[in-house]
Design a protein around this ligand. Sequence first.
Ligand code: ATP
Length: 352
Amino acid sequence: MRDSQLFGHVTAEAPGKVNLSLRVGPVRADGYHEVATLYCAVSMYERVTASPREDEAITVSISERSVFSGVDLLDESTGERVPAEIPLDERNLAYRAAALLRDRVRQQREGVLSGPWLGSEPPSYGVDLSLVKNVPVAGGMGGGSADAAATLVACSALWNAGLSKEQLAEIGAELGADVPFALMGGAAAGQGVGDELSPLLHRGTLHLVIAPASVGLSTPGVYRTLDSMREQAGVRAEDPDLDPDLVRAVSQADAETLSALMVNDLQAPAVSQLPELDDLLDLGLSEGAMQGIVSGSGPTVFFLAHDAAHASQLATSLEERAEVWALPVTAPAGGARLLTQKQRSAGGAHAS
Ligand code: ATP
């Protein structure tokens, strides 16, 4: 049997995240901000199917099964909604992840890098990537990064790279801190620019309700708004820190304590760009949520619930009372994983 007959398509998934706490420090000389954050993966998964190609090209498409396939971005200066297509070329994080992994695997096979060498060579390092987007686009939930994480897992299997999750995380870190986190899942403290991850041991389950917005916010734009809000108010940003009680509450899934400590410094700038977020947060609280904050740079809002029944009841009342989607999820959720691997054989495709 030829190698090309051995390699079929591979599907992997990776979770979106919320920041249960996000403290933002002063802007640094390189333009980035120091942050102290608590990432928590949620049971909302991006899915990527990687199919082999005969040539060396990488293509990206958005599957029709996607819940979210695009979004209008709010222009921070004009306040206007501008349709924002998800780029399908080398700007797409899934594309970039596949390209980085391909370089790494080629180097390894050419003996430039040492590492495990397992199995046979694929017919080519080209791949068609099909993304099923279940995480809101430009919603502050790291959906693009989850695509990159799922792509690394899928392509690693497709190309028989023999790399561990830790090795994939190193490659993914080149694309941003959310990528290694989506690979690992669970909960983690993030420091530096969010890229110094310390995974948390955790037990128990938190129940959240995610309310995506109908418009996206640009992450750098929200940081810029924070800087100018601070400047106007004459506030000097302090070095950011994570509250140890918050870390403890997350690791024990202690929703009661967590509800008093959830905080997001990017909430005020996100709300200033999109004031209706405040009404949604108020509505959630009046409908019985234990707490509600904006996730990351927003505009997705999430609420904390007591248990699964409470989360589903809260989601229903939010959908009834406001024109929003509200999706109950559990957290911390598992990281990226392989779902299916279909091998081509002389007699046709079959699941393995
Ligand atoms: P960030 O990680 O910057 O906080 P986010 O989580 O708010 O982003 P994403 O959905 O990850 O939002 O994408 C933000 C922007 O990144 C999109 O507007 C899009 O232009 C670009 N992008 C690149 N790759 C992808 C991808 N695979 N899916 C969605 N957007 C992508």
